[in-house]
Design a binder for this molecule. Structure first.
Ligand code: GLU
Length: 281
C-alpha cells in the first residue's frame, strides 16, 4: 500500500509552493490507489496558530484534495518524541548544549534554501547529560551514533527528478556536513522538525515521503535516525520548488502568492494546477 503525507507547519498561509507539494503527493497517492495523510507540524507553539491550521484545511479542500483519516498534529505527540529522546539518551548519544539560543532556534526550523545544517564545532560535546541546565538544547553525538551503525547499510531510494536512484548515507560526509544536530530545546517543547517527522513517518506507516527539494539534505540524518531506532526507511521523492520571477523559492512570508489571495481574486483550482505546472485530473 502506497501511503504518503502532506506535512505543513501552520505558521502562515499556504502558497503556490505548498499547493504544488500537496497536489503532487495527493495525486500520486490516488494514482497508486494508496492513502494521503495530513500532518500538522505544529511543535513550535510560539509560531503555530489555530487560524493557519484551519486555513490550510480550507485551502486543501478548495483545491479538491481529500485526506484519509484524522489529521495528525505533532503538538499532541510531544510525549512520544520525548520518550524517543530518552531512548537516545539511554544509548549515550545525546549531550546538553548551551550555545547561542538564536543559532539553536535557526537549526530547529525547516531550512532556508541552501542552509540545512549549521555545522557545530562541538563546543559542548564533552558535557554529560547530568550537567544539563534548564534551557539547554540536546545534540546528537553523530560520531558516536555512526559508530553504532558501522555495519549498517544506510541505503535509501529516491524517485525525485534530481536524485533518482539508490543512495547510501556517506558517513565521512555526514560528519563533515551534518555534524552534531540539535534535536530539541527544553522548556519550549520544540523538537527539531526532522526528528519529529522521522518518527511520525514511521508511526503513520508512510511508504513515500514526497516533499520539496529544499528538504533533501535532511534525508541522511533521517535515515541515520531510522537505523538507530530500527524503523523502516520510506522511499523519498524530492520535487522541484516553485519559484518567483527572480528565481527565489517561495516562503510563507510571500503573502503575494498565498493561495488565499488567488482565491480572493477568483482563481479556480484548475488555474492553480496550471500555474504550478500540474495536469488537471
Ligand atoms: N513541515 C515541513 C515544512 O513545512 C515539511 C516536512 C516534510 O515534508 O518532511 O517545510
Amino acid at each position: 500500500m502506497f501511503v504518503t503525507r502532506f506535512a505543513p507547519s501552520p505558521t502562515g498561509p499556504l502558497h503556490l509552493g505548498h499547493a504544488y507539494s500537496a497536489i503532487l503527493a495527493h495525486d500520486m497517492a490516488r494514482a497508486a490507489g494508496g492513502r494521503f495523510l495530513l500532518r500538522m507540524e505544529d511543535t513550535d507553539l510560539e509560531r503555530c496558530r489555530a487560524d493557519h491550521d484551519a486555513q490550510i484545511q480550507d485551502d486543501l479542500a478548495w483545491l479538491g484534495l481529500t485526506w484519509d483519516g484524522p489529521i495528525h498534529r505533532q503538538s499532541e505527540h510531544i510525549d512520544s518524541y520525548n520518550a524517543r529522546l530518552e531512548a537516545l539518551d539511554g544509548k549515550g548519544l545525546l549531550y546538553p548544549c548551551s550555545c547561542s539560543r538564536s543559532d539553536i532556534r535557526a537549526a530547529l526550523a525547516a531550512p532556508q534554501e541552501g542552509v540545512a545544517f549549521n555545522l557545530y564545532p562541538g563546543t559542548c560535546r564533552h558535557r554529560s547529560m547530568a550537567s544539563r541546565q534548564p534551557g539547554d538544547a540536546l545534540r546528537l553525538n553523530l560520531a558516536a551514533a555512526l559508530d553504532r551503525l558501522a555495519t549498517a547499510d544506510l541505503g535509501f531510494t529516491e524517485t525525485g527528478p534530481a536524485h533518482a536512484g539508490h543512495h547510501r548515507v556517506d558517513q565521512p560526509r555526514a560528519l563533515d556536513q551534518i555534524g552534531d544536530v540539535v534535536l530539541c530545546r527544553k522548556g519550549e517543547e520544540i523538537v527539531a522538525y526532522f526528528l519529529a517527522s522521522t518518527f511520525d513517518d514511521a508511526d503513520q506507516g508512510i511508504t513515500h515521503v514526497i516533499r520539496g527539494e529544499d528538504l533533501h539534505d535532511f534525508t541522511s540524518v533521517q535515515v541515520i535516525l531510522q537505523h538507530l531506532f530500527g524503523l523502516p526507511t520510506p522511499i523519498y521523492h524530492h520535487h522541484r520548488l516553485i519559484r518567483d520571477e527572480l528565481g527565489k523559492r517561495l516562503a510563507k512570508r510571500d503573502d503575494a502568492r498565498a493561495l488565499a489571495k488567488y482565491r480572493a481574486e477568483g482563481a479556480t483550482p484548475a488555474e492553480v494546477r496550471r500555474m504550478v505546472g500540474l495536469p488537471n485530473p
